[in-house]
Design a protein around this ligand. Structure first.
Ligand SMILES: Cc1cc2nc3c(=O)[nH]c(=O)nc-3n(C[C@H](O)[C@H](O)[C@H](O)COP(=O)(O)O)c2cc1C
Length: 340
């Protein structure tokens, strides 16, 4: 026993073990990360991608931009010249990429958003002139025929949210929408706390619970965090902002390096539904930072490097009425393949 344990510590074995550990540890982590970057780089929807899925994604992105503009309480006539141009480009590419483009939900959503854009501009011909000239008449005619429910904005009332805590899971899920404009009422940590407590029921890998929650109630910190984030421009500062991070110290192997995003994403969804159940309005916001923005955010909010950013959630009270994006969904059949 004494001899074998001594042997374990003599050079050849310990060097071998050490090398094995390095290969299975740091080297594996960096090579997996590189392989992942390679796969992602081949797949993602670049400006000049020709794949149908990529074109559809870009079309959805620009439809979403239009839906955001349509939802604004302070509606700006003639908004969106850039997204309209990109949307046009994506729609034309999509027409070539999908023989059945006319019936595709993503295309119909784009048309429905365009139709609402046209309707909103009735009586504002001057501001509508750019969009009108951009798309051919045939598109405006098709847009007028697109089912309204597939795109554009949707009206939400505070009254309809008053009894959210009596809804079934199915009703709550179907009626939740991202809300980006809130009433003037402040939101306290105490109001958010029960939702966080409920979200703690979220499953995580081996129950290691990497998700960490920061509740930011200071208005100037929220404003600065969102200025750096960049995806909430044009909206008033929300009363509260939640940041979900993942504590990487709970993970044990290189292959777990993305797990914090999975567990954190699940946690975020639980939290969104829990907030909705409590009658609070919320909007998830990305934390997809470039290095400079990441560094600035870490400094601003005191986030240590062992925590990865998962997402923000803006929180407020529902105003009496508010519009938001319809954000139509693909059908379950479009995303499901049954592997028999
Ligand atoms: C991880 C994540 C990041 C998001 N980032 C933003 C964002 O930066 N700005 C924004 O206005 N909405 C953001 N959203 C909200 C989406 O636009 C919204 O969830 C989507 O359109 C679906 O609409 P719904 O939440 O109303 O169902 C984000 C959503 C998620 C899940």
């Amino acid at each position: 026993m004494a001899i074998s344990s001594t042997l374990k510590h003599v050079l050849p074995i310990s060097v071998f073990e050490r090398l094995k550990r390095i290969a299975n540890g740091g080297v594996a982590l960096y090579s997996m990360t590189l392989a992942q970057a390679h796969q992602y780089n081949k797949a993602y929807a670049k400006f000049d991608s020709t794949g149908q899925r990529q074109i559809a994604a870009r079309m959805t992105f620009f439809t979403h931009q239009i839906e955001k503009g349509l939802s604004h309480t302070n509606f700006r006539y003639g908004f969106g010249h850039k997204p309209l141009q990109y949307l046009k480009q994506a729609m034309e590419k999509y027409q070539r990429a999908d023989a059945n483009y006319r019936t595709a939900a993503v295309y119909q959503s784009a048309l429905a958003a365009l139709h609402e854009y046209a309707v909103k501009h009735e009586g504002h011909e001057k501001e509508f002139a750019f969009a009108k000239a951009l798309f051919p008449e045939s598109i405006w005619a098709e847009a007028a025929q697109a089912p309204k429910a597939l795109g554009g904005s949707v009206l939400i009332t505070a009254e309809s949210k008053a009894r959210n805590n009596e809804l079934t899971f199915s009703e709550l899920s179907r009626h939740r929408h991202s809300i980006r404009e809130y009433s003037d009422l402040p939101v306290s940590y105490e109001e958010i706390k029960p939702a966080i407590e409920l979200a703690m029921r979220t499953p995580s890998v081996c129950n290691r619970q990497p998700s960490r929650v920061k509740v930011i109630c200071d208005s100037s910190e929220i404003a600065e965090a969102l200025r750096i984030q960049g995806g909430f421009g044009g909206y008033a500062t929300p009363p509260a902002l939640i940041l979900i991070t993942s504590d990487n110290r709970v993970f044990m192997t290189p292959q777990e390096h993305n797990e914090g995003f999975v567990d954190g994403g699940l946690f975020g969804m639980s939290l969104l539904l829990a907030l909705e159940e409590q009658g609070l309005a919320a909007c998830p916001l990305n934390t997809m930072f470039r290095p400079k923005a990441e560094k600035a955010t870490r400094r601003l909010l005191g986030i240590p490097e062992y925590e990865s950013f998962v997402m923000y959630i803006a929180v407020g009270h529902f105003p009496e009425t508010v519009r938001t994006c319809r954000s139509n969904r693909l059908s379950d059949d479009e995303v499901t393949s049954v592997i028999a």
